[in-house]
Design a protein around this ligand. Structure first.
Ligand SMILES: Nc1nc2c(ncn2[C@@H]2O[C@H](COP(=O)(O)OP(=O)(O)OP(=O)(O)O)[C@@H](O)[C@H]2O)c(=O)[nH]1
Ligand SMILES: [Mg+2]
Length: 294
């Protein structure tokens, strides 16, 4: 029997917990079962009570106080502690059956999946250990980033970095689409969903003076540094890298819109091949006796 899961990642405030809530709500509406795991040791406000909450093992507040660590060091300590006590996750997850979608809500510190290999280690244990969960990662980025193009490319680069570190099926999602509705023309939005480096050339906020373009943009020239032209060149190099590899594209999400949540869920299902594993069976009316879940 397989287990199925999705890990919800992305920078602080990207809308991860809101997405988890919308996903749980949607799964309940379509009469599917899910199991909610909170792995953010600083989170305490949930619309749906988590079935597993890392705070029952360790809380960031206690770690910071007792070990005199800052929030980032404290978080890394919490995850190291979790990795040493994996039965905290494996014991309750063991009886979860293949109809369930296990949702892992992660903290927003991207250090966890960009340069400290803690999350990759955790994911490896969940996917390849005794639980053998078929899992995909979602990386959430705020749609409001499209208003500032260099910022958007920086965010895209962090998505790519997470994708390479995690080495698992990966979906990038632009969240809070409602906030840019009507503000960005449809045609332009398409260029963000499949990022295209030309977006930086056409950026009305950062048009380069003609003289700077004509000068061939030596990035070491003081005038180019002062005018921002060097940054433009750097941004373009980063943009070209993303473009060349065609590795990053985005789905759109408006967490308030049921249809939008359903569309993202169908991509998740497809990437973990959820439906292929389901036997035709009666809908689940009640959670199983020996475990929680929705
Ligand atoms: N307008 C709008 N606001 C949203 C949406 N999703 C989330 N938000 C708001 O964005 C803020 C952050 O949302 P969270 O879901 O807590 O984000 P998070 O990624 O879990 O944050 P951390 O766990 O702190 O990293 C909250 O004020 C949400 O109400 C959305 O689709 N539209
Ligand atoms: Mg959260």
């Amino acid at each position: 029997m397989s287990k199925f899961g999705v890990i919800v990642t992305g920078p602080a405030g990207a809308g991860k917990t809101t997405f988890c809530t919308a996903l749980i709500q949607h799964l309940r509406t379509v009469r599917r079962s899910c199991y909610y795991v909170n792995l953010d040791p600083a989170a305490d406000d949930f619309a749906y009570e988590p079935d597993i909450d890392i705070k029952d093992l360790i809380s960031l507040e206690d770690v910071m106080e007792e070990l005199s660590l800052g929030p980032n060091g404290g978080l890394i300590y919490c995850f190291e502690h979790l990795l040493e006590n994996m039965d905290f996750l494996t014991d309750p997850l063991d009886p979860v059956t293949d109809e369930y979608l296990i949702i892992f809500d992660m903290p927003g510190q991207i250090e966890l999946y960009t340069h400290v290999p803690i999350l990759p280690a955790l994911v490896k244990q969940l996917m390849h250990g005794s639980l053998n969960i078929r899992m995909c990662a979602t990386y959430l980025l705020e749609a409001t980033f499209v208003v500032d193009r260099p910022k958007f490319f920086a965010g895209t680069l962090s998505a790519m970095s997470a994708m390479m570190m995690l080495e698992m099926p990966h979906l990038n999602i632009l969240t809070k689409m409602d906030l840019i509705k009507g503000k960005v023309p449809r045609r332009e939005l398409k260029r963000f969903l499949d990022p295209d480096v030309g977006l930086l050339d056409d950026d009305p906020d950062r048009a380069l003076p003609e003289e700077a373009k004509a000068a061939g943009l030596d990035p070491t020239e003081t005038t180019n540094v002062m005018s921002g032209a060097s940054y433009h060149k750097l941004n373009k190099a980063v943009g070209r890298l993303i473009d060349d590899f065609s590795m990053v594209s985005f789905l759109q999400l408006d967490a308030q819109d049921e249809e939008s949540v359903g569309a993202v869920l169908s991509y998740i299902d497809e990437s973990i091949q959820y439906h292929e594993a389901q036997e035709p069976k009666e809908p689940v009316e009640e959670p199983l006796d020996d475990m929680e879940g929705y």
